[in-house]
Write a protein that binds this ligand. Sequence first.
Ligand code: C2E
Ligand code: CA
Ligand code: CA
Length: 557
Amino acid sequence: DLLCVDQSGAIVSANIAAQSMLDSHVDQLRSRNISAFLPDIGAIGGPGELAAMNGRILERTIHLGDDRSIPVEISTTVAEHDEGRHFTLILRDLRERKKQEAALLHQATHDSLTGLLNRLALFEEVDRLAKNPDTRAMAVLSLNLSRFKAVNDTLGHAAGDAMLCYAAWRLSAVMEGHGALARMDGDGFAILARCDGNREHLLQLVHSLGESLRRPFDFEGIPIGVGLTVGIACFPKDGTDAVTLIKNAGIAVQRAKTFSEDFSFYDPDADQHSVRRLALLGELQAAIDSDSLELHYQPKVALRTGKVDNVEALLRWSHPVHGSVSPAEMIPLIEPTEMLRPLTDWTIRRALEQNCAWAKQGLHVGIAVNLSARLLQDFAFPDRLAALLAAHDVMPCMLELEITESAMLMDVGRALHVGRRIRDLGVSLSIDDYGTGFSSLSYLRDLSVSALKLDRTFVDDLENSPGNRFIVESTLKLAHALNLVAVAEGVSTQWQTDYLRNLGYDFGQGYFFSRPLDAAACLQWIMARNGQKGDVRAHEIASGSESAMRSGSALTR
Ligand code: C2E
Ligand code: CA
Ligand code: CA
């Protein structure tokens, strides 16, 4: 597209292509000045300085009136004529290239599966707003979908993808006009909410987001409930740049998950908690020494027989000032510290002692201890475990270690190595809170775990949630296909018990049967229950240690 102008900028001639681009016949063009189409040419000094454009290639926008505009690349050459200087402008239409650039930019800033903004774009967007002096308030929300992993594992990737798209679609409808929604990774989403920083308004938003996912999503006829956990960080209080805000929203969502809450505001005092943490850590050693730590025991009931041959040990700490400190609070505090080892050793020792004590009183039950995922990274742990077993007169098969799926998020090779050494000792491993984490089936097999313990959030609403029923059912199939014992925790009603038993779950545990009890109460409870349901246990104990050993380990199939 060629345009020829004189040194005042008046158009002298235009070829056909230029005429069509400018949407005017050359006769109409002749009466006009180039600056009518390229007002921003003034930016480089006006037509008088067209000469300055000589030999350069510039990107400009041609304005055609009625808001139409065309991005162009202009290269200018100058020619001396008898009538003075003329400039030849070669215009290249950049619309196609801009379209491609926009597509590339879209690709670089959007998630290909859901079409939402991606992590990078969200960081930029948050930073852009944070740097804008007009921004008085905004909030960054970190969103976590529950059930995603379970759906992915049991129904396949297509279902997982469909679930993410469903969530993306529902959530973005809520955010329409209120901010930006981005997919950060896996099942993690984040939101930049333009808001006034008012807590009530944010809560309203969180509520709407949760509501939007309330109706189960349908995958090939299977209704699947999707839960949502939200962490909130507010600008400028909780951070003034994207990295800090997004990080703090992430901390808040973890906190919400730890305490099984739907949402949590970032709380710098939770780091202040670190003051409490320091104090607690200091006191913990003393607590171990002074026996103010205690284990309570929650029976696992064999659903077919109604009997108990295994209990789970749960840590209890009654603190002189704070009262009872929940393990759900305490363990995450201790986990990253060097106190974890002595605490774990104490717990296992105590559980083994109890096992011996009960045996003397005629109660032979296996005992399960929760093991922090981090210990599967500890090469020295199997040796300490062996020493603890040797120091007590307990058969290794009576001990079971429950580990959460997150164990596999760390160094997998290492976890497998430590896991295998634990198995070699004869101690069994089981996966706790199954369905909330990221374990892949191959890990379960490589670790040779003996039981899958379905997380209690799936059991909770079994009566009303076909989606949960579906997951409960497919997890059972999975467990049995892998030759694992299937355990359901959090059983709290008769209906749930019947349902789980009829499905084929091997064990149930929960308030419906019994809350965690102290050792004496637990002994009584089990004796009463096992007695009342017939005397198989007594018979087995009488028939010799071998069968007692076999039945003592509930989790050996
Ligand atoms: P978990 O291993 O999933 O343990 C089950 C938790 O659910 C226990 O809470 C138990 O009291 C509670 N629970 C049992 N039945 C029901 C029910 O029917 N409904 C409901 N809503 N809850 C029920 P607890 O004792 O507060 O323990 C919380 C978590 O702390 C445990 O979750 C476990 O992850 C951790 N934990 C407890 N003791 C230890 C320990 O000695 N070592 C380690 N590493 N973690 C521990
Ligand atoms: Ca457990
Ligand atoms: Ca659990």
